[in-house]
Design a protein around this ligand. Structure first.
Ligand SMILES: N[C@@H](CCC(=O)N[C@@H](CS)C(=O)NCC(=O)O)C(=O)O
Length: 224
């Protein structure tokens, strides 16, 4: 039985998909192109009533939403992949802390920035929502940067799925290249994750070169 990931380029599907790959799980991808509004079709809304990607189909047919829940569940199903520390250990607690910091703190700030018009009924207020979201995004990344001392990973010398999640979030900052320089420890993590073979293999799927888009300004693997 296979897993299924409903995904769209450069979205929250990235971290769970990286975990599936890292675990060697058999899975299929179903693209739900959020730029063309495919997330709002009745068929997809039956899977996620909020009309958001990703959604994850488990081998028994159960479908879940929420990217952090997916990361946790995949890690639990494939313990030999070592995606997260053992349940009940202090390292697991630290991993949960930063996974949830990403999901509950950084992810919503990014959504407020990219979908600012949804967060006010007053069109005049949109730039203000955007600016406040960006300030929060920056503050969150600074907190992360501090937490990455000594690093290089969020759990110190142990790589985990949380690093994938934080990498995914870091990619969403509109000034990604500047972020890498402004937050040197986070920049180190981003560059190191970008060089992982699984990321290298899937990079073009999620981040095809798109002229003028901020995502196209970072080539990554060369460390630039
Ligand atoms: N809390 C959800 C958030 C999912 C979410 O907002 N996904 C965005 C892409 S990263 C989306 O589907 N955007 C399209 C839309 O809201 O119309 C999760 O972690 O999975």
């Amino acid at each position: 039985m296979r897993w299924t990931i409903w995904w769209s380029k450069g979205t929250g599907a990235w971290a769970p998909q990286l975990c599936l790959e890292e675990a060697g799980a058999p899975y299929e991808r179903v693209e739900v192109d959020t730029r063309s509004g495919a997330q709002h079709t009745p068929g997809y809304r039956a899977l996620n009533p909020l009309g958001q990607v990703p959604a994850l189909g488990l081998p028994d047919g159960t479908v879940i939403t929420e990217s952090a829940a997916m990361v946790l569940h995949i890690a639990d199903c494939f313990p030999r992949a070592g995606l997260l520390p053992e349940p009940g250990t202090p390292a697991r607690a630290v991993a949960l802390r930063w996974l949830l910091f990403g999901a509950a703190q950084i992810y919503p700030a990014a959504l407020r920035y990219w979908y600012a018009a949804r967060y006010t009924n007053d069109p005049v207020g949109v730039p203000g929502v955007e600016a406040a979201a960006l300030a929060e995004f920056d503050r969150d990344l600074e907190v992360l940067d501090q937490a990455l001392d000594p690093g290089p990973w969020i759990l110190g010398d142990r790589f985990s799925a949380v690093d994938y999640y934080l990498f995914m979030l870091g990619l969403w900052h509109p000034a990604r290249k500047a972020v890498l320089d402004r937050h040197p420890r986070l920049g180190r993590l981003m560059r190191a994750v970008r060089r992982r073979p699984v990321v290298d293999r899937l990079w073009a799927q999620h981040y095809p070169i798109e002229g003028g888009h901020p995502w196209s300004t970072w080539t990554g693997s060369s460390g630039s």
